[in-house]
Design a protein around this ligand. Structure first.
Ligand code: MEV
Length: 330
């Protein structure tokens, strides 16, 4: 059984979103995590993830390993309760979900995981691997899950590995839709009035989101009044940006991106490499640019007229980007 999940970029509002302000994010289908599961003749659950040089039986991995924890948790929930969707469809709880394999013991599986999403780059690689793996397990072991269930499960996994995540990454990746996200509220998607182009530039520096999120928390704990004000400003930017995207006034988004980047610099989550890519994109004609995701490394984004995207992409490579992706938001 095969499943895949896209990467994501945050257009506006990272970090402040952890504190309840809105943020906008979109899936990036040019990069994805792919999982294939086959029954195996060897005993056990074998995991092969050549990108990270991982070839191991499940029980040889620490139980809090990001991939192992998805499989353990999935096996746990699917043994505990029949899948509600399956029960509804089959009209029988007894047949439901993975009960059948549960009675025979654990399944013997070969799981192949690959991903074109760079790790710790702000493109949601962890959430994408979790979602793809979960969907492949759920199909292969006949335990159907809704998008809501996949999303809630992936959020629990994000919490194990990322401290205090807002839930935006797993939401965009699980629904694969543009999302106007407010922590704890119902998922709201948004319409794109007129398609626009984003150039993504990768610093090539991996920077775990967990650390930048924890550092912003320290700043906030030291001066809550000040940082609540900064987060309010970011939230206002995200709200305006949603309006502009919906009405198709995308050119005005550039200024909002630049302002959002300044506020992220103030939160000390930018870096010299991100700043120089942001600067290079603006000089090459981008309407605006900012870091995207946790920061400190990873990726930045630039808003471009479609015909300028290639020039901006070349300027980013000349300024040291390891890779660029041009993506249409529509
Ligand atoms: C990471 O993609 C976005 C952050 O806002 C963290 C989070 O929302 O969990 C930095």
């Amino acid at each position: 059984m095969k499943a895949s999940a896209p990467g994501k970029i945050i257009l506006f509002g990272e970090h402040a979103v952890v504190y309840g302000r809105p943020a906008l994010a979109v899936p990036v289908t040019q990069v994805h995590a792919d999982v294939e599961i086959l029954d195996s003749n060897s005993t056990g659950i074998w995991i092969h993830a050549p990108d990270i040089n991982l070839h191991s039986e499940l029980n040889a991995l620490p139980s809090d390993h990001p991939i192992a924890s998805v499989i353990h948790n999935f096996l746990f929930i699917s043994r505990q309760s029949p899948s509600p969707i399956h029960a509804e469809r089959s009209g029988s709880e007894v047949e439901a979900g993975s009960r059948a394999w549960g009675e025979r013991g654990f399944p013997n599986l070969n799981i192949k995981i690959s991903s074109s999403i760079p790790v710790a780059s702000g493109l949601g690689s962890g959430a994408a691997v979790t979602v793809a793996l979960l969907r492949a397990l759920s199909s292969h072991l006949n335990y159907p899950m809704t998008d809501e269930e996949v999303n809630a499960f992936a959020y629990d996994i994000e919490k194990i590995h990322h401290g205090t995540p807002s839930g935006i990454d797993n939401t965009v990746v699980a629904y694969a839709k543009p999302v106007y996200f407010v922590k704890g509220q119902l998922i709201e998607t948004f319409k794109v009035g007129r398609p626009f182009t984003i150039v993504i530039g990768d610093t090539g520096i991996s920077a775990p989101t967990k650390e930048s999120v924890a550092d912003v928390r320290k700043l906030w704990e030291a001066d809550r009044a000040k940082w609540e004000g900064v987060f309010d400003n970011v939230g206002e930017i995200a709200r305006h940006a949603k309006e502009k995207i919906e009405t198709g006034d995308w050119k005005l988004l550039g200024g909002l991106m630049n302002h959002n980047h300044e506020l992220l610099q103030e939160m000390m989550v930018s870096s010299p490499e991100l700043d120089s890519l942001v600067e290079a994109a603006r000089k090459a004609g981008a309407a605006g640019a900012k870091l995207s995701g946790g920061g400190r490394g990873g990726n930045m984004i630039a808003l471009a007229e479609a015909e300028k995207a290639d020039d901006i992409s070349s300027a980013l490579i000349s300024a040291g980007a390891k890779n660029t992706i041009v993506t249409q938001i529509s």
